[in-house]
Design a protein around this ligand. Structure first.
Ligand SMILES: Nc1ncnc2c1ncn2[C@@H]1O[C@H](COP(=O)(O)OP(=O)(O)OP(=O)(O)O)[C@@H](O)[C@H]1O
Ligand SMILES: CC(C)(CO)[C@@H](O)C(=O)NCCC(=O)O
Ligand SMILES: [Mn+2]
Length: 859
């Protein structure tokens, strides 16, 4: 007997259960597709739509190479290529307007000598900036109620999203919008054409709604890691879809109405079914029956509901008995709302909570069932559900999953998409072919979760606050009034529906666990210069995180560690900015914001997608940057570097006095050989460095020096952005230059590697009395976190890695928290001191302050 039969009131206890168990992740299989089904499949209307992939012509007249002609991929300026492609796309549906818009990254990259010499050596491409004009920026996701379209128009105007690429040139000149065309889909693209022309002066370029849903879904499933997830009995489990095994699938978009689309490939699909009983039905009927003022209120009501007061159950009909012969238990819903017929009650006699739940279950089950039937009809293995009816709501997803599971007898599983309601808008955005978004690869996208919107009473109100001051003053108001604030403070644009931010569940579920999260999506950063680290043994199987935070105990522990460390971090951050009043305000706001993130994650660990310790640590750094703390450890790092550099000469002398460097067994053998055999030195070593001060100066530099002495090229790999007291790539050349003052080996290697700017000339006319040295180089790793995800590294690191045959990962973040279990194509050495008791015990069966030395030779 299935679970549905035993317990149709799915939820209650099941839903409350904590997120520590795991769903079995299986290939979804239907038990056989019959001949009749095959026939049906053939009879389906042959209206598959194929989309042309042609790209518009570039205007290359007057093209000129910018900068150095000798570069491998120089930037080409196209002065006559108009840049007025819009950076906004819309999906105007029956209930909601969805916006996807793009903001360009400021190009802060400086072409210093270090970079130029790396380019010469490795031939690093320019990040394809021109071939992907859209890259190098952020994609934002926002929604509004269609009924409040004016707010949407105001938002577009306030952000100048309607001005295309010309905003920088003529910011306030209304005339410039004349030729701007904005891609739009959904029925409203037709209905509101004139309104957009009148109010914003832009023309809407209509894109087919189904076309957009499909290209949006295909993009997400291919380009975003862990976009899809299953949700059963309160358990969310991210699914990694194999890009080469994505099609065919059934896409069920639950908007106001429901569309079911069989997707066979990019631009290859067929709308096979639909139902008019959808999200609009739930919200519309719910509004009439409960007098609720908002969709969220209605959904919240359902969480306290008991539908058996309204629904007619099998037991109501069968005198409390199961109808087991046909597999129905007494508690199965026989007829939604059926109890209302026989009782002599008015609408007022029913609890709105019960009505809402009954309605939600009726509609979700029905959609789940129709979806299953269509999947069966075409022999489809996967069903993805999108549309804003789902709204990240645990109970809704559980109900749909349950229906699919029940009807398919466990053979099929429903899957959901994190960007649920934005498929159409994303698809419309991608139809700007000049953006080249369809070529984006997984490793070029980074999702971030800024503390976007005011957060009160466990709820996020309003749109993300872009302005720093606005953010801080909101946080301050929050502090003053605490949880008493229930209404959002005025902000622009008012009255939007909870966008860009995240909400903390209101109740952990008296009856139902809420994860009232209207938007669990962050801002998508597109970074064209990111690459997959080429020395990973198996990049598909690679998992950076050593610690799995889906284990509740682990999550709790690490969240506590981070919150306990917070006051100290704030002190340091404030001090790093001179301890001014402004810095104090920002520090305070940072602390609130970061605590809010932690609280949110404690409540719902998967709120921001799949969560690992590395993500948490990066979130903290991002949050600091968000409140403009660019380098909290700046002065501490400086002090420690100076102190260490002062004792370096003595250390080097001591090391030189030793017969051989203090080594450890296997690595020692690989380096020094045994007996008479002297193994050849490595050709090039990548040293992923960690902390400033003694760590880099007295640890890694002497190690680099030993390698250089043996004739191994050394590449120091430093962070692109500051994180804790980690040394950054930017800081390394100066540290090396200081160290080189007292050491010939380092000096000559640094010269050869282009690190000593003044000495560059000497290399050119090659000093006669010195033998040429192997180079010591510095590359940035592409990240700003104490950990490193090797699926997303800088192109210069990827280029340097191509000739490397030794990797040394140093420090807790890079060698233990992440990459402890990573396997490489070449020799790898992982070095760290374990500064955490729990890790020492659990992971290494050792003690705090033990040192880890893992040497893994290439197979
Ligand atoms: N804040 C909200 N306001 C109104 N409806 C919401 C809200 N949040 C979620 N919903 C639900 O989402 C549905 C709309 O989903 P979606 O935006 O995907 O569809 P749509 O594009 O407006 O409709 P259609 O595609 O049928 O034209 C609503 O009918 C409602 O059930
Ligand atoms: C009409 C659309 C496509 C508009 O998005 C949608 O609301 C829908 O699919 N409605 C269901 C219509 C039907 O197939 O019965
Ligand atoms: Mn829609």
């Amino acid at each position: 007997m299935s679970d549905l039969l035993k317990n149709p009131v799915l939820g209650n206890d099941d839903i409350k259960s904590e997120i520590d168990g795991k769903l079995q992740q299986e290939e979804i299989k239907f038990e056989g597709t019959s001949k009749a089904e095959e026939r049906e499949k053939e009879m389906a209307p042959p209206n598959s739509i194929h989309r042309s992939g042609s790209r518009p012509q570039l205007d290359v007249s007057g093209a000129a190479i910018q900068g150095n002609f000798e570069e491998k991929d120089p930037t080409i300026l196209l002065p006559n290529q108009s840049d007025d492609i819009s950076h906004l796309a819309l999906d105007i549906g029956g209930s909601l307007i969805k916006l996807v818009y793009f903001s360009r990254h400021e190009d802060k990259s400086v072409e210093d000598k270090r970079k130029r010499s790396l380019k010469q050596r490795f031939g690093i491409p320019n990040g394809n900036r021109r071939s992907y004009p859209i890259l190098g920026g952020r994609l934002h996701f926002v929604k509004f109620e269609t009924a409040k379209i004016n707010e949407c128009l105001d938002f577009i105007r306030s952000k100048q999203l309607h001005c295309g690429g010309m905003v920088a040139r003529w910011p306030s000149d209304g005339m410039t919008n004349e030729n701007v065309v904005v891609k739009a889909t959904g029925g409203g693209a037709f209905k509101y054409t004139d309104l957009f022309k009148e109010r914003l002066g832009v023309s809407l370029d209509k894109e087919d709604e189904m076309d957009c849903l499909v290209s949006g879904a295909n993009f997400l499933l291919k380009a975003i890691r862990h976009e899809a997830f299953t949700h059963m009995e309160g358990q969310k489990e991210f699914v990694q879809i194999d890009q080469n095994d994505l099609f065919p699938y059934l896409l069920v978009n639950i908007g106001s109405g429901v569309s079911m689309i069989k997707v066979d490939g990019d631009g290859e699909f067929q709308r096979v079914s639909g139902t008019n009983v959808g999200g609009g039905t739930y919200w519309g009927l719910g509004k009439l029956l409960t007098k609720c003022k908002s969709f969220d209120d209605l959904l919240e009501l359902s969480q306290r509901g008991d539908n058996s007061t309204i629904d007619m159950l099998v037991g109501d009909i069968y005198g409390g008995m199961d109808y087991s012969k046909i597999g129905l238990s007494a508690s199965t819903i026989a007829s939604s709302f059926g109890k209302a017929i026989s009782e002599n009650k008015e609408l007022e006699d029913y609890r709105p909570e019960d009505i809402s739940l009954s309605l939600l279950r009726m509609i979700s089950y029905n959609i789940g069932q129709i979806a299953y039937l269509n999947a069966l009809r075409f022999g489809l293995k996967r069903i993805f559900f999108g549309g804003f009816f789902i709204r990240g709501h645990a109970y809704t997803m559980d109900t749909i999953s349950f229906a699919v599971d029940f009807w398919s007898k466990g053979g099929a599983k429903a899957m959901f998409l994190r960007h649920e309601g934005f498929l159409g808008a994303l698809g419309a955005f991608m139809s700007y072919e000049k953006h080249g978004l369809d070529d984006v690869m997984v490793h070029q996208l980074v999702e971030r979760f800024p503390m976007g919107a005011p957060y009160v009473g466990g709820k996020i109100h309003g749109p993300p606050l872009g302005d720093l001051n606005e953010k801080i003053s909101w946080m301050e108001k929050f502090v003053q009034k605490g949880t008493e604030i229930i209404a959002p403070v005025p902000m622009s644009p008012p009255g939007t529906t909870g966008l860009g931010g995240f909400e903390v569940p209101l109740s952990r579920g008296d009856t139902l666990r809420s994860d009232a999260s209207s938007l669990n999506v962050g801002v998508l950063h597109l970074v064209p210069t990111l690459d997959v680290f080429p020395l990973l043994a198996d990049s598909k199987m690679y998992e950076p995180n050593t610690i799995d935070l889906s284990d509740h105990g682990e999550l709790e522990y690490w969240l506590t560690v981070l919150s306990e460390h917070l006051p100290d971090l704030v002190d340091k951050a404030v001090a790093s900015e001179g301890g001014t009043d402004d810095a104090k305000r920002r520090g305070d706001a940072f602390a609130r914001a970061f605590s809010a993130h932690l609280a949110r994650l404690m409540e719902e660990p998967a709120a921001y997608g799949k969560l690992g310790l590395a993500n948490l640590l990066e979130l903290r750094e991002e949050c600091l940057r968000e409140f403009q703390f660019t380098d909290a450890y700046r002065s501490i790092k400086q002090r420690e570097n100076e102190a260490s550099l002062a004792v370096l000469p003595d250390l080097l002398m001591e090391l030189d006095g030793m017969s051989e460097v203090d080594d450890f067994d296997v690595f020692k053998e690989r380096m020094l050989g045994s007996g008479n055999t002297k193994p050849p030195p490595h050709k090039r070593a990548l040293l992923f460095v960690d902390n400033s001060g003694a760590d880099i100066v007295l640890g890694m530099l002497p190690l680099a020096r030993e390698l250089l002495r043996r004739g191994t090229e050394v590449v120091l790999v430093g962070n692109s952005l500051p994180a804790l007291n980690d040394v950054t790539a930017m800081e390394l050349p100066d540290i090396v230059a200081e160290a080189a003052k007292n050491c010939d080996i380092l000096r000559r290697a640094a010269e050869a590697g282009g690190l000593l700017v003044d000495a560059m000339i000497n290399i050119q006319d090659s000093s006669k009395d010195e033998l040429p040295s192997v180079p010591l180089m510095v590359v940035e790793n592409g990240c700003g976190s104490p950990c490193i995800d090797l699926r997303q590294v800088s192109s210069e690191l990827a280029a340097a890695a191509k000739g490397a045959d030794l990797i040394i990962l140093e420090g807790m973040g890079r060698a233990i928290h992440t990459n402890f279990n990573a396997r490489f194509k070449c020799d790898a050495l992982k070095l760290a001191m374990v500064k955490n008791q729990r890790l020492a015990e659990k992971l290494l069966k050792g003690n705090i302050y033990d040192c880890v030395c893992r040497f893994e030779p290439a197979n």
